[in-house]
Design a protein around this ligand. Structure first.
Ligand SMILES: [Zn+2]
Length: 152
């Protein structure tokens, strides 16, 4: 299950690695158009921009909306290396993303499975499909390596 997302997740992993190389926590995201074409790719830019909201998902959604020509990203897919936090889960709902795909689970801050399930709350008027655990070991390993290197 989920193997059709491996190529997109590998692109997200490339973005995550680039973010890590410049000192941001290595998280990456891509947005695919309904036909599967790449609309946007971004890494976490929190340190780069000094912006607390510049998580990979938010940066990718902004770029995708610009490219797509509207904020409504219906039937588009967001692929991200780490389970989104509450802010990004909210942004996914706000953008009307059709399908959310993530790699590693985030037991400390995850808001689509681990701590909360913001995107599938029946009280909200939009609920994307969710696929978790795609290339999970690669996504988690990248983060573990980054934090291990920081401690040493
Ligand atoms: Zn986030």
């Amino acid at each position: 299950m989920g193997s059709r997302w491996h190529d997109a997740m590998r692109l997200a992993l490339d973005e995550a690695r680039s973010a890590g190389l410049r000192g941001d926590v290595p998280i990456g995201a891509v947005v695919l158009a309904p036909d599967g074409a790449l609309l946007a790719a971004a890494g976490n830019e929190r340190e780069l921009l000094g912006d607390p909201t510049a998580h990979a998902e938010v940066v990718a959604l902004r770029r995708a909306a610009e490219r797509w020509g509207q904020w409504r990203l219906e039937d588009c897919t967001l692929v991200v290396t780490l389970e989104p936090c509450t802010m990004c889960a909210g942004a996914v709902v706000s953008a009307r993303i059709g399908h959310l795909v993530f790699g590693a689970f985030d037991e400390k801050a995850g808001a689509v499975a681990s701590l909360f399930d913001v995107v599938r709350d029946p009280r909200l008027n939009h609920r994307p499909r969710v696929t978790g655990g795609v290339l999970e070991a690669d996504c988690a390993g990248l983060l573990e390596g980054f934090f291990r290197a920081r401690r040493d």
